[in-house]
Design a protein around this ligand. Structure first.
Ligand code: 13P
Length: 343
């Protein structure tokens, strides 16, 4: 494969394919395993990820890249094959989560800033040697009556830009992920409020990327969709989510950015698919629009798997189904009928 940033980015958002976010930190994967009553051991985490990476139909046809966690990029499958080699064999680009998590922002009550810049240059060089060709850094912005503050948006946007520049210096495509959370504490967290905060955040992020000399052609944006908060009594219909998300992105994201790969952020599996499909059905967009889902790609498969070897094939079918539905969504051709027919 070509090593130019632009070509790696283009491969990550190629037609009808998207990214599997399998980069849950040790704390997050433990929470996922708690749901199925499974202890989070190194072998269990390996078995779970190997189940997905060996789902050949899904990996070859619908998944362009996989975001890994530090442990996983170094791990070997049960038969000794490095997990990274399974991805390469399926023509999926290996990626790596490099942020160290969201930490309390000093003197800014309740808000967070993502850390991990110290030593990042050296870590990126090591990850490159381990096979990573893209990376991810997630910033979180919470909506409440009194937040976000300018300080939180600015600090997070600045860190994202410094991270992105370090990635490009190392020959790695940065996924720039500023997530405006949908699980804020307020009933007043309407879709309009999400629109305003997302627009503010994206404008700030692209300002900082500009000042940091980041090449827009060699990055992927991973944003939230514009959607009402989970506690908001008025939930917008899917058509409105699609329309307001596209309006926001068109106002903020330069057309030099090759692709936008959404996070699912707590949406139901089907909502995440439907919203993406409605946006792509509009056509004529300046960038590729696809998925970089964690929960919305994995939830169903995780439940079917349940930590048991005898369930691997069924779990792979569940994973393949979701991947296929999201592939259709990336093409703008998903339908309720396709969902039921395949299920
Ligand atoms: P979700 O799709 O579960 O939000 O996860 C995507 C991700 O990578 C969050 O950083």
């Amino acid at each position: 494969m070509s090593e130019r940033l632009e070509d790696i980015a283009a491969a990550m958002v190629r037609d009808g394919q998207g990214i599997l976010a399998a980069d849950e930190s040790s704390g997050t994967i433990k929470k996922r395993f708690d749901q199925i009553g499974l202890e989070s051991t190194e072998d269990a985490r390996r078995d779970y990820r190997e189940m997905m990476f060996r789902a050949d139909e899904a990996m070859k046809n619908y998944i362009s890249g996989v975001i890994l966690y530090d442990e996983t990029i170094r791990q070997k499958a049960a038969d000794g094959t490095p997990l990274v080699d399974l991805l390469k064999a399926a023509d999926a680009v290996p990626g790596i989560k490099v942020d160290m998590g969201a930490k309390p922002l000093a003197l800014q009550s309740g808000e967070k800033v993502t850390e991990g810049l110290d030593g990042l240059r050296e870590r990126l060089n090591e990850y490159y040697k381990l096979g990573a060709r893209f990376a991810k850094w997630r910033a979180v912005i919470e909506i409440s009556a009194s937040t976000p503050s300018h300080n939180a948006i600015h600090a997070n946007a600045h860190a994202l830009a410094r991270y992105a520049a370090l990635c490009q210096e190392a020959g790695i495509v940065p996924i720039v992920e500023p997530e405006v959370l949908m699980d804020g504490p307020e009933a007043s967290h309407t879709i309009e409020r999400c629109f305003d905060v997302t627009k503010w955040t994206l404008n700030s992020v692209f300002d900082e990327l500009y000042y940091a000399n980041v090449s827009l052609e060699g990055m992927i944006l991973k944003p939230n969709m514009v959607i009402a908060g989970q506690k908001c009594p008025t939930q917008a219909p899917a058509e409105q989510v699609a329309e307001m998300t596209l309006t926001c992105l068109k106002q903020c994201v330069p057309s030099a950015v090759p692709g936008i790969a959404f996070l699912s952020g707590g949406q139901s599996d089907e909502d995440a698919t439907k919203h993406l499909s409605l946006m792509n059905a509009q056509g004529g967009l300046p960038w590729k629009l696809t998925f970089s889902y964690g929960r919305a790609l994995q939830q169903a498969a995780l439940k079917v798997w349940g930590g048991k070897t005898e369930n691997v094939a069924a779990a792979q079918r569940a994973f393949t189904h979701r991947a296929k539905m999201n592939s259709l969504a990336a093409l703008g051709t998903w339908s309720d009928a396709a969902e039921r027919a395949a299920a």
